[in-house]
Design a protein around this ligand. Structure first.
Ligand code: AGP
Length: 708
């Protein structure tokens, strides 16, 4: 569990917790409400700061350990707990359910009390971990308080175990017996009807020993399925259309202790993404919204609360992941961000693989030859071309990628292109029509704002296209068609290789949409030729710039502020470079459209404030030269990012003592892809020199699965 949590640390890492059973669950032949037996421990929570949250003295109650900070803290605290209580960690259990969580605080400060799991009461009858936000938690809390409940945490999550207990107590009281009459998933479904917002939940209960219920709406969740040690899970653990073994329906789950179905050989790993389960199994099922997964006695069933018959299991495809553990390790680099910057030549090659044909049609051949093949857009290509407008919707770096490629789409497709930040689109209730094409760009494919905007656009009848780096992500599943980035796993919170790969994907899309245009053939061919040359160009200066940017970082690391000036396609470069400096180096920085310089930002210029000016050889070059002159006239401290060997810029550098960052030239639509690389390296080195956490910058999470 700790390894799995560490893999998910990129999603949130301000506190963590776990819950394991203190005793073996009963064998399937016998059921008990509160078993005794050779306990793992006395079930005393190791909650670091509190004795009021989840106090458990009963041997059937689970052990809960929670603490603020990194997973390492949780590991150490658990080790202490094991030692103090003299636990036998070699003991093998017949049935065991454990849940754990790494948190990124949304409601309440990072602390042991607010960390998950959250429990229903002092006996930890119901234990829950939650990814997402329950938007109506305050109303639920008020109702529960009126019923005499008290809350110990500030979290929205705590309402869930309390609601479960409330529902369980009412239902069993109605049934008039101490036994759990209602099947676990059915109880959970009852509570889900009260929840608003987004969630991926793992729930265990001492009333349902050896069982786990997991459910999701709006937050990602997968289950990895592994055969147990005796390899005999086959008869009971199938989820594909063939059958669910004995978990065929909730009604049948009442028969769960029937020996004839028992194999006892299933390991199921439920997580927010595949990285956490990959070392156990590559066979996974991606859960869909409103799915409720029930794992019990060597089998599992998946139900969906939106089905007409919620008691009949739904078929979900078992997929085999191609991902290797290696792919998600640092691979010799100090940090993921560093690795991912250096991986970019390979990542963009992967994005183009099988899609870009380098061979041109023979000289003089009047027929157009298809050079860009995007399988995911074949059926919708004409609809996109006929759209009234193309709207790109994204957040953060993904938005910048759309900005960098906007002009190429406008030029190639000749349809008006607009860009929308997903949150702003939703805030404004932006008008969207049936004849719009909306393109949702998201590395993770799980960003809540982008996902909500997608639902909004879909409801208005727009054609929805997805560009994501995560196969099976919510956005890739909810869009009508799309392009997978294939850039490989990105773990560093600061997006780097996903950015350059997104620009490649949008550019390929523009080129594919203009495939039939004879007038654009020459231009299109020039861009496609350069696409082929791009990975090598990137490789050619990566090492040199790495050294140069480390030196520059040493000079700039103590700056209070940094400005990036650019225009045209490279306005995106300025915004993205500034975002990188903010989010990892924790230096205030701004990307400024150079055309706006004299409308305000010029007032900031003096001999102290470092300014990076992007002036590579493209249609904006002359204008940027004029910007440089104006800045130098005010004694600005300039760093000029220019095309390698540019004599004019070298002359400025000589005369005015400004520094140069030289990058290879390429065609204008692709220049931002090369230009951003040294600036990513600059942000990286400044972060290291300033001693900040590179891969997990404070207050940020990789996948922002909350909207407010
Ligand atoms: C990038 O460095 C940021 N961490 C952030 O802006 C990110 O790009 C944004 O949250 C969108 O994420 P997505 O691409 O996964 O949707």
């Amino acid at each position: 569990m700790f390894t799995g949590l560490k893999r998910l640390e990129y999603r949130g890492y301000d506190s963590s917790g776990m819950c394991i059973d203190a005793i073996d669950a009963p064998t399937p032949t016998g059921r008990r409400e509160s078993a005794s037996g050779d306990g793992l421990a006395n079930g005393i929570s190791a909650d670091g700061t509190s004795s009021s949250n989840g106090r458990v003295e009963d041997r059937s109650s689970p052990i809960i350990v929670k603490c603020p900070g990194k997973i390492e803290n949780l590991e150490n605290l658990t080790a202490e707990y094991v030692q103090q209580h003299n636990l036998d960690t070699s003991k093998v259990y017949k049935h065991h359910v454990a849940i754990s969580h790494t948190r990124w605080a949304t409601h309440g400060v990072p602390s042991s009390i607010n960390a998950h799991p959250q429990v229903s009461d002092a006996n930890a009858d119901f234990v829950v971990v939650h990814n997402g936000i329950i938007t109506n938690y305050q109303a639920l809390k008020d109702i529960l308080k009126k019923n005499g409940e008290t809350f110990v945490s500030e979290t929205d999550t705590e309402t869930i175990p309390k609601l479960l207990k409330f529902a369980y107590d009412s239902m069993t009281a109605e049934a008039g017996s101490g036994e759990a009459q209602v099947p676990f998933p059915k109880l959970v479904m009852e509570v889900l009807t009260k929840l608003e917002g987004a969630y991926a939940l793992l729930i265990k209960s001492r009333h349902y020993p050896g069982e786990l219920v997991a459910c999701k709406r709006g937050s990602p969740m997968i289950v990895g399925i592994k055969e147990g040690p005796d390899g005999s899970s086959s008869s009971s653990s199938k989820v594909s259309s063939g059958g669910l073994g004995r978990a065929a329906s909730i009604t049948r789950l009442r028969d769960q202790y029937n020996d004839s179905h028992w194999t006892g050989a299933l390991e199921a790993w439920v997580a927010s993404d595949a990285s956490a389960v990959i070392e156990h199994t590559k066979r996974v099922v991606v859960l869909e919204d409103n799915d409720v997964l029930h794992i019990v006695g060597g089998g599992y069933g998946i139900y969906n609360t939106r089905q007409a018959d919620v008691e009949t299991a739904v078929p979900r495809r078992l997929q085999v992941l191609q991902l290797e553990v290696d792919q998600i390790m640092k691979g010799g680099y100090e940090h993921y961000m560093q690795k991912e910057i250096h991986e970019q030549p390979e990542a963009i090659t992967q994005s183009m693989r099988g899609r870009v044909k380098q061979q041109k049609s023979a000289e003089g051949n009047p027929y157009l030859q298809q050079r860009i093949k995007l399988g995911g857009l074949v059926e919708t290509r004409d609809t996109i071309r006929r759209s009234r407008r193309i709207m790109f919707v994204a957040c953060g770096t993904s938005y910048h990628a759309a900005l960098a490629a906007r002009q190429t789409v406008e030029e190639m497709v000749e349809v008006p292109v607009v860009l929308e930040l997903a949150s702003d689109l939703l805030d404004r209730c932006c008008p969207i029509f049936r004849d719009d094409t909306c393109v949702f760009v998201s590395q993770s494919g799980e960003t809540a704002d982008t996902l909500r905007a997608l639902e909004y656009a879909k409801a208005r009848g727009a054609l929805c296209v997805g560009i994501t780096n995560t196969v099976g992500s919510a956005i890739s599943r909810a869009t009508h068609c799309g392009i997978h980035q294939n850039a490989g796993y990105e773990i560093g919170v600061a997006s780097t290789k996903a950015y350059t790969s997104q620009i490649i994907c949008i550019t390929m899309m523009a080129l594919a949409l203009a495939e039939d245009s004879i007038s654009k053939r020459e231009r299109r061919d020039a861009i496609i030729d350069e696409l082929g040359a791009l990975p090598d160009k990137m490789r050619s200066f990566m090492q040199v710039q790495d050294v140069a940017m480390k030196e520059l970082a040493a000079q700039l690391k103590d700056s209070n502020s940094l400005l990036f000036f650019a225009r045209g396609n490279n306005y995106a470069t300025a915004l993205e470079a500034a975002l990188k400096c903010k989010e990892v180096a924790l230096i205030h920085s701004e990307g400024i459209l150079a055309g706006e310089m004299k409308h305000g930002p010029l007032a900031l210029v003096d001999e102290h404030l470092p300014i990076v000016v992007v002036a590579t050889r493209d249609s904006m070059y002359k204008k940027m030269e004029s910007v440089i002159q104006q800045l130098l006239a005010r004694s600005a401290r300039l760093i000029i990012l220019c095309t390698a060997g540019d004599a004019t810029m070298q002359e400025y550098a000589k005369r005015s003592d400004c520094q140069l960052i030289e990058v290879p030239g390429t065609v204008e639509p692709l220049q931002p892809i090369l230009n951003i690389v040294p600036l990513q390296l600059l942000a990286y080195h400044m972060t290291v020199l300033r001693g900040h956490n590179v891969d997990q910058p404070r207050n940020l999470a990789k996948s922002v699965t909350v909207t407010d």
